[in-house]
Structure formats: C-alpha cells, structure tokens
Design a protein around this ligand. Structure first.
Ligand code: GLN
Length: 287
C-alpha cells in the first residue's frame, strides 16, 4: 500500500521519538524532505500526495541511521544557524544553538561606529560564528581560520553560498602556534575552541563522540588548552579597545575568566545559554 507524505512523516516521527531523539518532529520533517528531494514548503503543499516506495525506503534508511545516533545535520548536509543555512560535513562540528548566544553578544559590540571592523574567528569549522557576524553586519570583514583544510573548504563554500566571500577570507591556521604578524590587527576575536576534557570525551553522547571530529572537541587534560593558546598567541592581534569572546563548557566560565583577567583583559562579562549555563565569556583589551 502506497503511503502519503503525511503518513510517512507520522511514521518517521514515531520512529525518531521512540529512539529518544529530542527534536523528533523537526528532524522527521528534515529527513522526509531529504528522502523526497523536496523543500519544506513543497512538503507541506504535498502532504496528501502519495510517495513512491523508493522514497519510503530511502526515508526508512535515513531514520535507521538517525536512530542509531548519526546527527541529522550529517545526513542532510545542511544545518541552520542564526537563521542561515550552512553546509555541514563530518569534518566540522554541527553548529549548536548555544553558539548563537556568542553571536548575539558580539553583534552590539561591533555596531559601534568608527574604523573598519575586522573579526578573526579561530577554529571556525563551518564558519558559523564569523559568517553570522558578516551576514548581520555589512561593514564588517571577517577572517575564518581553522587548522583543518577540509573544514576550511566547508567554511569557504558557506561564505560563497551566503554571498559573503567579498568580505570573508579563509586561512589555514594552527591555534597552538604564534600567528603570522602580517595578519594585521582585529577589532574582535571570537572562538568556540575544542573544550571537552580529554578524559570526558568517552562520556559524551554517542551522537557526538561517534560522529563529530574529535579534534574539534578535545580541549586537553583540563579542557582549557586552546583558551591558553589563544590568549598567549593571538591576543597581540587584538586592537586596543577590541573584544575577545569565547564559547565555554558548562563549568568553564570561572576558570576562563581567570585566564582572561591574568592576560590583562578588562570589562569581563558572561552570557547564559537557554539552559542557564554561562556559555559565553567576553573581555576587552584596554590600557
Ligand atoms: N558543545 C560541544 C559539546 O559538548 C563541545 C563543543 C566544543 O568543544 N567546542 O558537544
């Protein structure tokens, strides 16, 4: 018996729900769209139409992979961040809504009038943070940096797809080493570096540790390795009056603020994510 798109949607939503997927309804719609080769608005329009068995089988296979833990973003190859559709591959972390808090905190700091604003996004992955800032602030120039050539290719593709490549550059860069001073100075440095303690990687959810790149998660023994590297090597690139914003793990705001204070940053503050954790820390370089 052929099934309608609506029946396929209801069945896959049920499968994902039983597998414990939190956003089961949203993800069922995304996977159905992928299996059918339809955009979400086309799916809505076609809900009462019959789907082919090929589409039904494709959807079942996708739901099985999702139920086994594979993130929906890797199945669709696309994920939304700050309202922007980004390409995502297994070379990059999946952009998280927690990271949108960093963008919200950064935007008003860059809206101040004055010199050309340049932003450096360290460990950019998909490019999500830097690209969102470039998208919302048409006067800002952004440098997306990552040590993974494969991730940087994804970031570059995203910059092009979003029509931002005129103001966004991509650079291979290892955060643990001093940068080339020819990079010039920046009005803001942002980073969501790897921050999971190495010993805790094994405790992460299977959908994270089984699929997302370990190099994007592993923050060393105490999880703070890359905050130290950035403060040591990259702070000199920040202009006087410039801002540094980090995403941090749930229990890291205190220790990272202490590192920032020791590095001489002032106007220190934090911003909370939707679960109430201090997810973003912010400091300013001033005399
Ligand atoms: N928020 C991610 C997680 O806990 C970690 C991201 C990171 O290390 N920057 O799965």
């Amino acid at each position: 018996m052929p099934k309608t798109y609506n029946e396929l949607y209801i069945a896959s939503r049920q499968t994902l729900r039983e597998a414990g997927i939190e956003a089961y309804a949203l993800e069922a719609r995304l996977l159905l769209g992928l299996a059918a080769g339809k955009r979400q608005e086309e799916l809505l329009r076609d809900l009462q139409l019959y789907a082919s068995t090929a589409i039904e089988q494709k959807l079942e296979a996708l739901c099985r992979r999702r139920a086994a833990g594979e993130p929906a973003a890797y199945l669709t190859g696309r994920w939304e961040f700050c309202g922007l559709e980004l390409r995502v591959t297994r070379d990059t972390l999946v952009p998280r809504s927690d990271t949108e808090v960093l963008v919200e905190r950064a935007l008003p700091l860059l809206r101040a009038p004055g010199a050309v604003q340049r932003v450096l996004d360290l460990g950019t992955g998909t490019g999500c943070i830097g690209l969102a800032l470039a998208h919302f602030l048409p006067a800002v120039r952004v440098l997306l940096a990552d040590k993974s050539p494969a991730a940087l290719a994804v970031a570059r593709e995203n910059a092009e797809r979003l029509g931002l490549s005129g103001r966004v550059d991509c650079l291979l860069l290892d955060m643990t080493k001093p940068p080339d001073p020819a990079l010039g100075s920046f009005s803001m440095i942002v980073s969501n570096p790897p921050y999971v303690r190495s010993a805790e990687l094994a405790e992460l959810d299977w959908s994270v540790r089984g699929y997302e790149p370990r190099e994007a998660l592993d923050g060393g023994a105490d999880g703070l390795r890359f905050y130290r590297c950035i403060l040591q090597h990259h702070l000199p690139l920040l202009r006087q009056g410039g801002w540094l914003l980090f995403e941090v793990g749930e229990d890291q705001a205190g220790p990272v603020l202490a590192l920032m204070r020791r590095a001489g940053l002032l106007s220190l503050s934090t911003a909370r994510d939707s679960a109430g954790y201090e997810r973003v820390v912010c400091g300013r370089k001033t005399e």
